[in-house]
Design a protein around this ligand. Structure first.
Ligand code: ZN
Length: 243
């Protein structure tokens, strides 16, 4: 009986260890597909993306100012991949995410594209304004809906496929619902399983689910590098001081 108890304990321990074992990060895609977020994991992701650029920075050196410098340098060298249809537009949203960080905000940006051209850009500004609604997408939609020359493109009952809202990361529940109501087509850079709502539409109340399902934001066709940057810019809040 005693040996049976020991065997049972051994099985439990082996099962627990195998479940908690984390695969090491090996590709840039892993940076935005892996969601276990701590400062240590964040630093590993940063090292994977930046390589030699991070050589002079230990994890204890990482703060928002240094991250802005590293992201700015990396973005300056980035060349749009013309084979990826959304790359230039996701880049615009990531550039806006960087502007948000420079303003002391959460690193999320957005861009509005009409007929293949970027016409409006915005980024998160909720902390400096103490306004919970000023997410990048919400500000961009406000700009769109207040723009006199774009009035003919506003249709609350039909999607105008010529206009697309790009956000650097997957929209949150609030922005997803606004996107559904305003009937803007929408794409996002990095998918964020812990924070984004687009892939969780099935959990909305029935009538909202039906509304949102007509217009589900989709993952943009852009480089893994840009999506990784978008992810890391957002998660830089791990190094913000909220006390
Ligand atoms: Zn949002």
């Amino acid at each position: 009986m005693k040996s049976l108890v020991h065997l049972f304990c051994l099985i439990i321990i082996c099962f627990t260890v195998s479940c908690s074992k984390k695969e090491p990060l090996s590709s840039v895609e892993d940076i935005y597909k892996t969601k276990n977020e701590t400062q240590e994991v964040y630093y590993q992701k940063l090292a994977l993306l930046l390589g030699k650029e991070l050589t002079n920075y230990k994890i204890s050196d990482i703060n928002i100012e240094n991250l802005i410098k590293l992201f700015s340098n990396h973005l300056e060298k980035y060349e749009v991949d013309g084979s990826l249809s959304d790359d230039a537009f996701v880049l615009a949203s990531v550039e806006e995410a960087l502007e948000a960080l420079k303003d002391g905000e959460f690193g999320i940006g957005a861009a509005l594209v009409k007929d293949g051209k970027i016409i409006l850009r915005a980024h998160n500004s909720q902390l400096s304004n103490k306004r919970s609604d000023l997410h990048a997408e919400m500000t961009l939609i406000n700009m769109f809906e207040n723009h006199p020359e774009l009035e003919k493109h506003r249709d609350l009952f039909n999607i105008d496929e010529d206009i697309v809202l790009y956000s650097s990361t997957e929209p949150c529940p609030m922005c997803l619902t606004r996107i559904a109501i305003c009937e803007l087509a929408s794409k996002y850079g990095a998918s964020s399983d812990l924070d984004g709502m687009a892939h969780l539409i099935k959990h909305l109340p029935e009538s909202w689910k039906n509304l949102a399902q007509k217009n589900v934001p989709s993952e943009a066709i852009a480089s893994d590098e840009l999506k990784a940057l978008a992810h890391l810019m957002f998660y830089s809040f791990l190094f913000m001081d909220f006390s």
